[in-house]
Design a protein around this ligand. Structure first.
Ligand code: SAM
Ligand code: SF4
Length: 352
């Protein structure tokens, strides 16, 4: 049984009335000089799928509702984050489209001064219905998870997902202009690594970016990750052998993906190599869990408890100070090469 407080950094200075410690006229920087301006917001730890690389088949426990930030608390925290210099939000989960009042939340987030861009990562099961209202509320674009083009294999990998619904969601997002559309596949050896040629081939006929993600050893699925990682280098080699040399399009500083194009392709291919080739030096992000903790590095357990501050009556300026402090103490990088593994939360709580 996990200790729910393990890894949570105790903070004492956010008691109301404490003096500010960090300058507020510049965006938050960490102690290594990285500007952290991208907040990945987990709207719920629940999901309507059970992907094999994300959740264990049995034993999932979800946070009781009172532990989750309310809409008002969430918007309060995002206002403070925007004041600290955060500019981009990504809504994730669990499955973000399961959050009640999602449309109203996005509308309110988009109206917060400083928030320039809102994206969402979704499994797309509910996107056919939601794409138009999401766009209208201010969502800029979506990343959609699709691990297989084979309906039966998709059902197996997601433990029940319906591929037709995903395609309908992709079509709706494309039609309404939630672009550029990015599609994600977590590649697991022996499950879907035989499909990378077909999946990448989608970019020959669509202007999408298809991103291959190395499976990461998060709590609940670490065993799978041990055996299942297919390195991006191996995928590049396999795709080049099939399609011819890939055109390298570079590695945007704020993007974990290394970008390529298939010969003659309309779209792009991305490789996210967090295990074999981490991008920690250019990391610009932190995560807010649905229960109100700032999770400082995806693959470490360090957290800062914002919910306690908000529920103890801290002002927005005080929460901004806590966020600036959390940014400051963000770890340099993950410790997988040294055998340090996260144990506190699974990916379905952290949102990728
Ligand atoms: N439910 C949404 C979805 O699946 O797109 C959003 C949440 S999901 C946790 C966010 C991203 O994390 C997805 O692209 C998913 O494929 C990825 N992911 C989940 N478990 C992973 C793992 N163990 N290693 C690498 N990526 C993972
Ligand atoms: Fe749900 Fe996304 Fe995790 Fe799959 S990857 S179980 S869709 S949260």
């Amino acid at each position: 049984m996990n200790d729910p407080m393990k890894g949570i950094v105790p903070l004492t200075f956010y008691e109301p009335g404490q003096v500010q410690r960090y300058a507020t006229d510049t965006p938050a920087l960490d102690q290594y000089g990285r500007r952290i301006d991208y907040l990945r917001v987990s709207l719920t730890d629940r999901c309507n799928m059970r992907c094999v690389y994300c959740m264990p088949a049995v034993g999932m426990q979800f946070a009781p509702r009172p532990e989750l930030l309310t809409n008002e608390e969430l918007l309060f925290v995002i206002r403070a984050a925007a004041a600290a210099g955060f500019r981009k939000l990504r809504l994730t989960g669990g499955e973000p489209t399961l959050r009640q009042d999602l449309i109203e939340l996005i509308r309110a987030m988009k109206a917060i001064p400083g928030i320039e861009h809102i994206a969402m990562t979704t499994n797309a099961l509910r996107l056919k219905k939601l794409a138009a209202p999401l766009k209208e509320a201010g969502l800029d674009r979506v990343n959609i998870s699709i691990d297989s083009l084979d309906p039966q294999k998709f059902r197996t990998m997601t433990r029940g997902g319906n591929l037709d619904e995903v395609w309908a969601g992709i079509a709706a997002a494309d039609a309404i202009g939630l672009r550029p559309i990015k599609l994600n596949a977590v590649v697991v050896r022996g499950m879907n690594d035989d499909e990378v040629i077909r999946l990448a081939g989608l970019t020959l006929i669509h202007p999408w970016e298809f991103r291959f993600i190395e499976v990461m050893p998060l709590t609940g699925v670490a065993g799978l990750a041990d055996e299942g990682v297919v390195s991006s280098a191996e995928l590049v080699a396999r795709l080049s052998a099939h399609y011819g040399p890939l055109e390298e399009l570079g590695h945007p500083a704020s993007d974990p993906a290394r970008i390529y194009r298939l010969p003659g392709g309309l779209g792009k291919i991305g490789f996210i190599s967090s295990v074999s080739d981490p991008f920690c030096a250019t990391c610009n992000r932190m995560r807010l869990t649905a229960d109100g903790r700032l999770h400082l590095c995806l693959l470490r357990d360090n957290e800062v408890d914002l919910r306690a501050a908000v529920r103890s009556g801290a002002s927005q300026a005080e929460v901004e100070q806590i966020i600036r402090h959390a940014v400051y103490i963000k770890p340099w990088g993950h410790g997988l090469p040294d055998g340090v593994r996260p144990t506190l939360r699974g990916m379905s709580e952290l949102g990728g």
